[in-house]
Design a protein around this ligand. Structure first.
Ligand SMILES: Cc1cc2nc3c(=O)[nH]c(=O)nc-3n(C[C@H](O)[C@H](O)[C@H](O)COP(=O)(O)OP(=O)(O)OC[C@H]3O[C@@H](n4cnc5c(N)ncnc54)[C@H](O)[C@@H]3O)c2cc1C
Length: 445
């Protein structure tokens, strides 16, 4: 009898007799999900000679939100061998423009001014194209990819033996077996939901309404591909210029505010844009392509990232607010780390596997926390002031730009400078409090 997931992960192993009844797994690794996290892990493992099966519920190319990448995505794309392919379909992004009505100005931060200047730009991509490039590359490197299969259940009948049940589009179930499983199911959180270990972050919940526009006024010259972040009374907007001339616009607001809307999603997005005059001016001659869509963005984290024969990677483990465009980078960098851990689990000793999983958990958690500290405070007046009036004493600004480029994994010379930045933030917060009644955070205005 196959144990259910939670039992397999946390109860004693199945009796010896049942081990003997189990036939040899067909694959070394089953990867669930063909987004950036899953395709990255599958590519790296297949390239190392592992028998990899990737199961994806959709068919690529498929729409996905999350179109702005970070500079430290670029070396990952190089290592996967897809940088040129991605470059052909993307818009170069050299920096981030913040537009603050409270300061009545815009401020551009250029990645070329970061502490480490090796990767001064990144890309804006249509995720349908980007994700397909990554998935086909995994196939080309030897991973078997089956699209149109939704994994509905995972079971762990014995150590080193996992069984995935996947339902095809005709409603028929199929069973696949492997020695190890990687959950890259994104915000579907296959394992965390099944195990009941998904913890929503009550301090950070938001929702988004978004659409593509034709004819938006973009920044000039090299800055044309920059992402712009427009703060407004109910949150913030992204403005992401894509290579084919369309521009992705999205508003991120408290979920209650979006749920309370009285109109359809498209009219609602138009009404929000009207509340942000600087953005409205950039869209004065623009037309929405199709309808607007809405999605909840609750931040969450699973209580644990791995079990005896599985690992979570990317959004399947945790999701943080997209204000720094960090999701794809975290998913792919996590994919690189996860591939090494899976290799150790397949070929190392039990002690080595446990150590590798522990390090992976620590590395991923620290990277999330390093971004989250800023995300939680991004709508506070002191943080907005620091972003809108950058100063580079002790190279603090360069350190901040490196963080925004994705320098959140492992040791880095920027960490002490960022501690200094955090100290300045706290002093500024106190100074603002002493100066008068605490201004409301933007989302509460
Ligand atoms: C509003 C919003 C804006 C965002 N903006 C940005 C941005 O500008 N930049 C950025 O970097 N990130 C952004 N993100 C985050 C980004 O979209 C994600 O972090 C990123 O896609 C995570 O990659 P992933 O591979 O972990 O998951 P996903 O990209 O979600 O991939 C998961 C895949 O698994 C498949 N799947 C799910 N369940 C199953 C199943 N049971 N069986 C088989 N297949 C399954 C799905 O079809 C999907 O293809 C944004 C997110 C939101 C919500």
């Amino acid at each position: 009898m196959v144990q259910n997931l939670a039992q397999a992960a946390y109860a004693s192993p199945a009796p010896e007799a049942s081990h003997n009844a189990i036939t040899a797994p067909e694959y070394d690794v089953i990867v669930v999900g063909g987004g950036p996290a899953g395709s990255t892990v599958a590519t790296l493992l297949a390239d190392r000679g592992e028998r990899v099966l990737l199961l994806e519920k959709a068919h690529h190319p498929r729409f996905h939100i999350g179109e702005s990448l970070l500079p430290l995505n670029v070396p990952l794309l190089e290592q996967l061998g897809v940088k040129d392919a991605v470059e052909r379909v993307s818009m170069p992004k050299y920096g981030v423009e913040f537009v603050s009505p409270a300061h009545n100005k815009a401020m551009t931060l250029d990645f070329g001014q970061a502490w480490d200047k090796t990767y001064p730009y990144s890309y804006q991509v249509r995720r349908s194209e980007f994700d397909e490039i990554l998935l086909r590359n995994a196939q080309a490197k030897g991973a078997e990819v089956i699209e149109g299969i939704r994994v509905t259940d995972m079971a762990f009948p014995a150590p080193g033996h996992v069984v995935a049940t996947g339902r095809d589009e005709a409603g028929q179930d199929h069973r696949y077996t492997a020695r190890f499983m990687v959950d890259a199911s994104g915000r579907d959180t296959l394992m965390a939901s099944k195990m009941g270990i998904k913890q929503r972050n009550p301090r950070h919940k938001s929702a988004a309404v978004f659409a593509h526009f034709e004819g938006a006024h973009r920044l000039a010259d090299k800055a044309e591909g920059n992402i712009s972040v427009f703060w407004f009374a109910h949150g913030w907007f992204w403005f992401i210029p894509l290579a084919d001339g369309t521009t992705s616009i999205g508003a991120v607001c408290p979920p209650e505010f979006i749920k309370a809307r009285k109109t359809d999603t498209t009219s609602f997005l138009h009404s929000l844009i009207a509340m942000a005059p600087a953005l409205a001016a950039r869209l004065a001659d623009a037309t929405m392509v199709g309808e607007a869509q809405a999605t909840g963005n609750y931040s969450y984290r699973a209580e644990r990232i791995s079990g005896p024969d599985f690992l979570m990677v990317g959004d399947s483990f945790a999701f943080i607010d997209p204000v720094f465009s960090s999701g794809v980078y975290l998913a792919m960098k996590g994919g690189f780390l996860a591939a090494d851990v899976v290799g150790t689990c397949l070929h190392g000793t039990a002690a080595q596997a446990e150590r590798a999983k522990r390090h992976y958990a620590t590395d991923v958690s620290k990277s999330l926390s390093r971004f989250s500290w800023y995300i939680y405070r991004m709508t506070r007046p002191a943080m907005r002031d620091l972003f809108m009036n950058p100063r580079n004493f002790f190279r603090i600004q360069e350190a901040l730009l490196s963080l925004l480029s994705g320098d959140v994994f492992g040791p880095s010379p920027i960490r002490p400078r960022l501690m200094l930045f955090q100290g300045i933030y706290f002093i500024k917060t106190l100074a603002l409090r002493w100066a008068g009644p605490a201004p409301l955070p933007l989302s509460k205005v």
